[in-house]
Structure formats: structure tokens, C-alpha cells
Design a protein around this ligand. Sequence first.
Ligand code: SF4
Length: 423
Amino acid sequence: MARVRVPGGILTASQVRELGATAASLGSGVIELTSRANVQVRGLSGETETEFAGRMAAAGLLPSATHERVRNILASPMAGLDGYGLIEVAPLVRELDLALCARPALSELPGRFLFAIDDGRSDMTPLGADVTLLPTPRSTSSHGDAVEGALLLAGEDSGLRVNLAGAVPAMMAAAEAFLAERSAQNSTAWRVSELNDGPARIGARIGSAAAPSGVGDTVVPGGAADVRSRHPLGLVGGRGERVAVVVMPPLGRLTSAQAHSLAAAAEAGDGEIRLTPWRGAVVPGLNREDAELWLARLAATGLVTDPLSPWTGVTACAGRPGCAKSLADVQADAARSVVLLVDPPPAGALPVHWAGCERRCGRPSGRAVVVVATGNGYRVDADGQSVHCAGIDETTATVACSRSSRPTGMPRRADVRDPPATR
Ligand code: SF4
């Protein structure tokens, strides 16, 4: 299996075409979308992996041999497309990726260390990145911009504020402070949260190392955004004529044919495809008429375009036969379960994740229903409660009941949305 990092989830149409072609000719023919908006291709042999790496490098997807494992950068996928949010994130993603790869010492970051750049709607903050930039409207710590950035460490507000020009240097300083603090604690921690008093100690080190713009009032990560702006599906647009198409491959498994269709749609728009941490794909920059056509064409390839689809919010790890640790073919069982569902997911349904063992790889952040293979059925975990189920029928009924137990406000609208009046 090969994993390719995609900073900010941002790909060109030609890169998606090449991923699709490479997956088909050298691998299993499926591109797996991950919860870090990266991609994975399985089924590579010892002979084809070198060719795969060469083709990815030629497509601009392996720019650094030394830093490939640490280029883990999430960014708000709907930034600039729907009238929510405060900033464009793509320039900061590029700046952060270049800065990260330019510092030899930061190749020592653990592969699980995660950066996130939020556009101000707080869709990244629930994902618990080690270092998150959260733009907020300028408050008392003024420095000339209309927006300033709160620096979050392990999802907690550090209290430090930066102007946007200083955001990437501050995020670099946080990463360097993590390595310094890890060394000081003689720790092998992979994440800020695994250090003793990690956020506070790193915040103190940044204070002297990066000279951020000041401290600010505490922000509540995830508390400020309209939840409808976070996980759209279908057509999404602002007040102008340009709209975006948002789709999701079932279980995050994008076939080579679907990848080529997405690339063709992107070529009719801005030439860009944004992968989301919810295993979806956004095609921005289409005019409304074209967008309707492309939405129908993409749906015809099997991509999910309707928020009322029973596939919405359902994910699964690799399972058997892809993973030797798996106790079941969880992807096949998840698909059987989705087909058994009679009703669409209710308003506010929790996400559901199927896992082949207790490691629960790819489990979504926050509240979720997790279905874990036990070897003689599945255990359904939700909100601290567990139910053991023998067969798929029983598991499906338990999942349906568990995911609708309390609302979380997942969006339901498939049509073009108007942006909020204030932005
Ligand atoms: S959760 Fe277990 S079975 Fe699934 S991919 Fe991870 S290790 Fe493999």
C-alpha cells in the first residue's frame, strides 16, 4: 500500500487523472481517501512500487523525499466557495508546505503530527490537529488586519495570536517547540497531547521563539461556525454564478473511472479538486448550468451526491483481505448493512465507522458510532455504551438506533445554498 500526502487536500485535475491511471495500471484500481485528506493505493507489488513512486513524483505529488511523511496538512475544503469562512487557505497551505520541507530538522517530526489551517468556520478545529491556525475577527490585540489567527495546540486555544503574515512562522515554531519539548521530556510522543502538559509547555516555548502578535480572548474551537457549512454534499455556491460540486465515493473508495470523471468535471471548472477529511471531493468553479450536468454525471458513476443517501457518513477501514489484522471483511459488511437500511439517515445522524479490529484505524474525530469486528460478529460502540451483535441484520438495527440517538446538526441540503447575509 502506498500513501500519498496531499497538503490541504488540493489536487489538480491532471494529478487526479494520473492517480486514477496509476491505481488502475499498477494497483487495485481504487484510490482510498483518508481522514487526513490524503490518498492511498493498495495492491502494488514489489516491482511496481518504484514505478508508482516515479509517476507520483513526475505528477508533483512527491516533492520531498526527506519530508514526505511529515507533510500532513489539513485545510478547510470549502474555503472561498460558499460565503462562510474568513480567509482563503490555499496560499497558507502552500507556504506551510514549502516552509516545512525547507527545514531539515522538521523531517524528524512523527508521521502522525498534524497541521490544520481553518478558514474561520471551525470545521478543522474538531479534528484535533497538533497545531491549528483558526482565523478570528480582529479583537483587542490589533495589528492592522481585519483577521488575526488564534494558535491552537492539540485542539486547545494557546491564547497566542498571530497576524496572517506571521501564521506560518508561528506554526513552524510550534513544530520545533514540540521536538524540543519531546527531547526535554525524553519522550517518544507522536502527538502534542501525548506530552506531559504539552500544549502549555509548547505555548511557553513559542512565546519566546516566534514573537507572535500577542495574546487574545479565549476562542471556543468549533463553537463559532454554522454547522451547515461543514459537510455539504451536492451543489454549493455563494452569491455569484460559480458553484462547486461536492461528492463522496461510498466508503471513501474512489474508482479509477470515477477519478477520471472528477478530473473531467474539474477541467470544466477551476481545474482543481479538493479532498475533504470526510472522504469527499469538491470540484469548484463551475457555472450553475454545467454544475447541474456534472452532478448528474458524477452520480451516474456511483458517487454519492445526495445528503439523504444511506452512504452518507459511513466509513470503514481496509479490513480483510487488505489488512492482516482484520477479523472481518468490514467493507463488504458495511456495504451489506447500508443496503439493508430502509430509511435515510435522520437529521443529526452520527457518523458510523466500521473497523476490523480494536485499532479502529480511520475513526472519525468526535462523537461517532464505531462498529468493531470481534471475530464472532460486531460490537457497536457509541457514547460509552457497547452492544454485541451476532449478524449483519442485528448490527444494522443497532447502528441505525445508535446513530440517531442525539442530534449533531449534520447538514441535509443538497441544493445550492445561499451564504450568510453578514459575509
Ligand atoms: S482497524 Fe485493524 S483491521 Fe482495520 S485497518 Fe486498522 S489494523 Fe487493519
